[in-house]
Design a protein around this ligand. Structure first.
Ligand code: ADP
Ligand code: MG
Length: 311
């Protein structure tokens, strides 16, 4: 049985690869800006190139991640700028883009009482997969791939958070997408579910462009070769997480302090994080030179990178 199902998936992957058009593989975003009617500027002149593989879009809540993703997914219009996916002018050729897009929104909405086979069948028909046996094979492959085959007869509304997100990936993979957008997919998952979800995503990222937005540094650390940091609508960094960490070498210092001294430290240093260790704050500061005062140099990690850009 295992061989049989694995084989089915291989058939799917085979066709998937065969139909992959390498010229579709780069996403070019240029000078994208968006101000909402209430005056909030959610995107401020964002330009970004994204290639095949897992790309992490990291930013705190309100940074503009969902706005950017919905704009790429053609669900809303920017005020200015352009987006190109290979030969497709995304803002002009919305229909073309949608044919090759898999999208997992941040809010998937209400989960229906139908089972995953029923919902995927419905969605596959909407995507134009009209041949019944082809559709059945595809759905079986997707449910195996996302480890939901054993749950195929249960209502999606009864699924755990992790199962719902895996179902979200199954539906995003329908119809051979060249571009997959997943908006904050790990929020609310427990560590085990998160790990299973990471494994699933990293396999998918081998063949297509995957953009993952998150406010969780760990997601990017585990999954992404390339990333961007966004805050208040502005792109603050683009590149490899390892390069971002390298840029901070020698600039991150730590010290264990008393709670009562915290305010002084915030006033006098660029404190980028404070975590409690056995009840006492351990602060990290950014300083290009040795701050003295008992601070120790520490190796930077991606968390430091994030806070050094965002704060
Ligand atoms: P993120 O996904 O990074 O949390 P969003 O793109 O959802 O960020 O939001 C960016 C900013 O735009 C926030 O300040 C948010 O309140 C605001 N915003 C988002 N959607 C709307 C909307 N439809 N109308 C007005 N403001 C919005
Ligand atoms: Mg969001």
């Amino acid at each position: 049985m295992l061989f049989y199902t694995t084989n089915r998936w291989n058939v799917y992957v085979y066709f998937h690869k065969k139909m992959t058009n390498p010229s579709l593989m780069q996403l070019k975003i240029r000078n994208l800006s968006k101000t909402y009617a209430n005056g909030v500027q959610a995107l401020d002149d964002v330009s970004l190139d994204i290639n095949k593989g897992m790309f992490g879009l990291l930013g705190p809540n309100g940074a503009g991640k969902s706005t950017l993703m919905r704009t790429i997914a053609t669900l809303q219009e920017p005020d200015s700028g352009s987006i190109q996916l290979g030969d497709i002018d995304v803002l002009q050729q919305k229909h073309e883009l949608r044919k090759t897009l898999g999208y997992l929104p941040q809010e998937f909405g209400v989960y229906p009482r139908v089972n995953p086979v029923e919902l995927l069948t419905h969605m596959a028909i909407l995507k134009g997969i009209s041949n019944k046996s082809e559709r059945q094979e595809l759905i079986e492959a997707l449910l195996n791939r996302t480890n939901l085959w054993d749950h195929r007869k249960k209502a999606i509304s009864s699924f755990s958070g992790g199962m719902k997100q895996r179902f979200g990936i199954a539906q995003a993979l329908l119809g051979n997408p060249q571009l997959i957008i997943v908006d904050e997919p790990t929020a609310g998952l427990d560590p085990g579910e998160r790990n299973r979800f990471y494994n699933l995503l990293s396999e998918i990222g081998e063949n297509v462009v995957v953009i993952l937005s998150t406010h969780i540094v760990e997601d990017v650390k585990e999954l992404c070769e390339r990333m961007a940091i966004i805050n208040q609508g502005k792109l603050l960094f683009t590149g490899a997480p390892t390069d971002a960490i390298h840029d901070l070498t020698g600039k991150i210092w730590e010290k264990r302090v008393e709670k009562s001294q915290m305010e002084d430290y915030y006033n006098n240093y660029r404190v980028i994080s404070a975590t409690l260790m056995a009840g006492k704050p351990m602060i990290h500061i950014y300083s290009e030179t040795n701050p003295g005062e008992g601070f120790q140099a520490v190796e930077a990690d991606l968390e430091d990178v994030f806070f050094s850009y965002v704060l």
